[in-house]
Ligand binder design. Sequence first.
Ligand SMILES: [Zn+2]
Length: 425
Amino acid sequence: MKICVHLWTKLLLGSLPLAAGSVSAQKSTLLRPASVFDGQEQHAGWAVLVTGDKITAAGPAAEINLPSDARTIDLPGQTLMPGLIEGHAHLLLHPYNETAWNEQVTDESNAFRVARATAHARATLEAGFTTVRDLGTEGAGYADVGLKQAIDAGVIPGPRLLVATRAIVATGSYGPKYSTDIDVPQGAQEASGVEEAMRVTREQIGKGADLVKVYADYRWGKDEPARPTFSQEELNAIVQTARSAGRPTIAHATTPEGMLRAINAGVETIEHGDDGTPEIFRLMKQKGVTLCPTVAAGDATLRYRGWKKGTDPDPPRLQQKRVSMKAAREAGVAFAMGGDAGVFAHGENALEMELLVDEYGFSPLDVLRQATSGNAGLFHLADRGSVRAGLLADLVAVAGDPTRHPAVLREVRLVMKGGVLLRQP
Ligand SMILES: [Zn+2]
């Protein structure tokens, strides 16, 4: 609950203007940082011109033609970069060390969860994440669709959302689980059989899903290992139904068999992939399936269970994750940057990038590309993820050089979304 108080204090103090819709007609703004990370490379001495909601020029400062009415914002010592893209979050969840997942799903009303989510959206945007792929409301119905509408309408500040709505689980495989005599709301929508899988997929798309999320495996009982859930035929039906509606399907999968079925069905990304084998990762590479590893969620969950990081030895789960991540990298699998924010605090999204660099051998440049141009490409967002004329003016400035270490991303000084300044020096 500590986070909640902190966020509401921030809301009351009003560090952000709420009028997110107030774009001043076609007025231009020149942003002059020390350097620009354009989604691929760092360029010293570049400047970026924004007109309306778009970037209209980006390049060496001296070469940019300045409109007479342009205002200039100097960003000394700062790096200007594309708005960051979070690949895996749940705005309707808050950290499990505050309230366990079961209790969030069963004891917290939708109204309470949505109210929290508005604060989560704001914290995420303030941290420089201007787009979020939100992968399931975990029992909060279609609240993500309404949340997205409220953000797009300028009612509340928040990132642009790609929403999965309820997500799809095999009947009986998900939670919360109580006595056999009690039916409680589940964390996702249940389906069994090809027909029902198709019906549920269509229902979610009809209500606003930008993408379809399916759980290809899960633990059937408490404290047992994950095992496959849907059959190959059911997964195929979900992916094909979504595809014909122009939506990608992504899969939660941690076991080799669950991953294999999801890959064969044609999902675009595998979320987690903890027990992936070299063979499975080679197949992912071959079929162009992306891994979103969510190392931050695993790290947080272990800490919540009492693991003292830096003192205690690595728990077996973490040792296994290091082995599978190494295999995925050796196979040349593409990575999406996504940490499963919600398991840990929204606004701490850079944690995933820090862990990838500090503990998994990625370079700072690797993870910066993943979180900008990389995720934009993987999620079919051709209008963002790079600093280039014609793209959306979703821009972030941080104090220092994030190509040296992603911890620099914690020093956000400016956030612009669609040309509107939401946070400035
Ligand atoms: Zn998740």
